[in-house]
Design a protein around this ligand. Structure first.
Ligand code: PXL
Length: 276
């Protein structure tokens, strides 16, 4: 069985980051180890306030213990992290990697044209350090624009503009780019998947509802599916399908997250038959 390490915060309540990655990566049939660089009472998207316990000082200690025990990972998947976490993460990428280990980087820092609360305007240039050398990056359109130093546009990207944005993301050192939130018509939403020479697209019918935490569901399923041998396009398509199932299964009025738990049987069924 493959072993993945996910590095992103624990938002104790809020159905995001580690509390989404752990169950979904596990449901993919992949062992999921966790390293939370911070613990928050709840996420910052829509709640008025939160606690934030920074664990930067723990990261090198945990790394040293893993090195002592000879613990290595087949994959790393990073999500919401802060500036002080980036050097320790880059070190763990080096010291705790199995031969051929892959890096999946979700530069979770922004949406709908704006950075999440608490991130300084220069944070995207710090996050770009994780993008350099990543096997797969999974930015939404806002994150993609900010990573390359452009002003985010909320919609209306032409295919040419998108593909030039993707080329700039490759120039930052990303081997494969999976750009989410792509749309060329009002009734569809999807992803552009690029290996640096070809861009392929996957679309689903656009749903009325949008929910917090869907990026984390998408990235977790994507990472798990790639480790189960799916191509980037197959993993992106499955991730999008799981997000749609989860949104449809979320009760009206449940505002702070998406009920991905109800989409786990669908995910398990879709991956059944894929080899371990
Ligand atoms: O879902 C991304 C995310 C993760 N962690 C925290 C967040 C957010 C988005 O708002 O606030 C703490």
């Amino acid at each position: 069985m493959k072993r993945l390490l996910t590095i992103q915060d624990i938002s104790c309540v809020g159905q995001c980051s580690t509390t989404v990655a752990l169950p979904l990566v596990s449901a993919c049939g992949v062992e999921c180890a966790v390293l939370p660089p911070a613990i928050l009472s709840n996420h910052t998207g829509g709640f008025k306030s939160w606690t934030f316990a920074d664990l930067t000082g723990e990261l090198a200690k945990v790394e040293a213990k893993w090195v002592e025990h000879g613990i290595r990972f087949d994959a790393f998947y990073t999500g919401y992290v802060c500036e002080s976490h980036i050097d320790p993460i880059l070190s763990i990428f080096k010291t705790c990697a199995e031969r051929g280990a892959i890096r999946v980087v979700d530069p979770a820092m922004a949406d709908n044209g704006v950075l999440y609360a608490g991130f300084a305007a220069d944070f995207p240039s710090k996050m770009a350090r994780l993008v350099d050398g990543a096997d797969y990056i999974l930015p939404n359109l806002t994150e993609a624009a900010l990573l390359v130093g452009e002003k985010p546009k909320l919609s209306g990207y032409t295919k040419g503009e998108l593909e030039s944005l993707i080329a700039k993301l490759h120039s930052l050192g990303a081997k494969n780019v999976v750009l989410t939130g792509v749309s060329f018509s009002p009734d569809e939403l999807g992803s552009a998947v690029s290996d640096g020479s070809t861009v392929q697209y996957d679309f689903n019918p656009k749903l009325e509802k949008m929910s917090h935490g869907t990026g984390d569901v998408y990235a977790s399923v994507f990472a798990g599916a790639v480790l189960r041998g799916k191509t980037a396009l197959e993993a992106a398509a499955l991730a999008a399908d799981v997000v749609c199932e989860a949104i449809k299964a979320t009760d009206d009025g449940h505002w702070y997250g998406v009920s991905f738990e109800r989409a786990i049987p669908f995910l398990v069924q879709r991956l059944s038959g894929s080899g371990f």
